[in-house]
Design a protein around this ligand. Structure first.
Ligand SMILES: *Cc1c(COP(=O)(O)O)cnc(C)c1O
Length: 379
């Protein structure tokens, strides 16, 4: 039903390509790399290099892009989370780095607002730390945070994501933390674009900030972008064996290949150089196309929403009333996913909405999405 190519490498394994209208989700492949990124990775693959020197040089590009004192390419945002906590616990002591995940003698508590507990936070304890929650999901104050800080506090973690509440806010978190001499580490995996967020949290005073390289930035899916204060980043380097073979480091299972490092810096430079307005326009026009084609379905309302705090780019959101006589949201999702090609959208489940995220919808795919939704919703 489509003239899309089924890449031979996937066909051989019997895996069909799908349309990703669900955002930069890891389970669907993160993002699509630009041809220039693939070319750069291809070039990188043809010779050996000193990988430590390579990542330190790449780290300078990362630092510049983020307005951070130092930067590094990591194996995803999750790996950066592990390394940030490790660095806060070990400081620049090689002995401590050797000893992880045994944290005896080190500050080993990571404080996190209860409302920001999420399925990625295991990475905060992977290096041997203990997670300490503060506040309750619907009530939290600076005093709650203050109470959680003690002499074992290694750092305060803060997570920014559209699906998580912001608690007392990053600014206030940093103020309280620094009053007590405690660093703040930030998981902002999917918070770029906007491009200004690359430096925003550093400007606010966060000690280290991590982003996914394979989401909005469009780099290799297994890459991450980590920037921060020089002393803590020195400790990050020490905890990453990829960069210092003298230490049996906690970061060894999170190595970054030379191709990934080159792919990430290339993608990051293309990302910061490209126009945010054009990118937004592209998503907007796809959203309008789909929204237009879905008008006039009894019991269903289409709204284009683009509130950055809740939505990743302008997107049609479908709302259903009680007099909608078609399938349930989970049935709609299943029909889309099981079609040819499979189409993955957001929402569904308990939520009475379907959202069609455009950030990863390739040119022309909006037509297939609209067609398929019309078949399902008007039948
Ligand atoms: C995607 C995501 C991660 C994991 O990032 P990777 O780059 O896939 O390792 C961590 N935290 C949040 C909030 C995310 O959205």
């Amino acid at each position: 039903m489509t003239d899309r190519v089924w890449p031979e490498v996937y066909k051989k394994l019997g895996i069909a390509p799908i349309i990703n209208a669900q955002s930069w989700v890891t389970a669907l492949g993160g993002s699509i790399m630009r041809p220039e990124v693939l070319q750069a990775m291809d070039d990188a693959a043809s010779s050996f290099v000193d990988v430590k020197k390579l990542n330190l040089a790449a780290g300078e590009v990362v630092a510049l892009s983020c307005g951070a004192e130092r930067g590094l390419v990591t194996a995803g945002c999750s790996a950066a989370q592990v390394l940030m906590v490790a660095a806060c616990m070990t400081g620049q002591s090689e002995e401590n780095a050797e000893q992880l995940p045994d944290t005896t003698g080190m500050k080993n508590e990571v404080i996190l607002f209860k409302g920001q507990r999420n399925r990625y936070d295991k990475a905060f304890v992977t290096a041997g730390a203990t997670l300490v929650e503060y506040g309750s999901v619907d009530s939290v104050t600076a005093a709650d945070l203050e109470e959680a800080i003690n002499e074992n506090t290694a750092c305060i973690a803060y997570v920014i994501a559209p699906f998580l509440p912001q608690g007392i806010g990053l600014e206030e978190t940093i103020r309280v933390a620094h009053e007590h001499g405690v660093p703040v580490i930030v998981d902002a995996a999917a918070e770029v674009p906007p491009r200004s967020n690359l430096s925003k949290f550093h400007k606010m005073g966060a000690d280290m900030v991590a982003f996914s390289g394979g989401k909005g930035i469009g780099g290799p899916q297994s890459a991450g972008v980590l920037g921060g204060k020089a002393d803590l980043m020195e400790a990050v380097v020490m905890n990453s064996l990829n960069l210092d073979s003298a230490i049996a480091a906690i970061g060894r299972p999170m190595k970054v290949s030379k191709e990934t490092i080159i792919g990430l810096v290339t993608a990051l430079q293309l990302f910061t150089d490209s126009d945010e307005g054009d990118e937004w326009e592209g998503w907007q026009s796809k959203a309008e196309y789909v929204s237009e084609r879905l008008k006039g379905i009894p019991g269903m309302r289409v709204e284009i929403e683009d509130d950055r705090a809740k939505r990743q780019g302008p997107q049609p959101v479908l709302y259903f009333d009680n007099d909608f006589s078609g399938p349930s949201t989970s049935e709609i999702k299943a029909l889309l996913e099981n079609g040819d090609p499979g189409i993955f959208v957001g929402g569904g489940g308990n939520k009475k909405e379907i959202n069609i995220v455009m950030v990863n919808v390739q040119d022309g795919e909006e037509i297939i999405i609209a067609e398929r939704l019309n078949e399902i919703l008007r039948s």
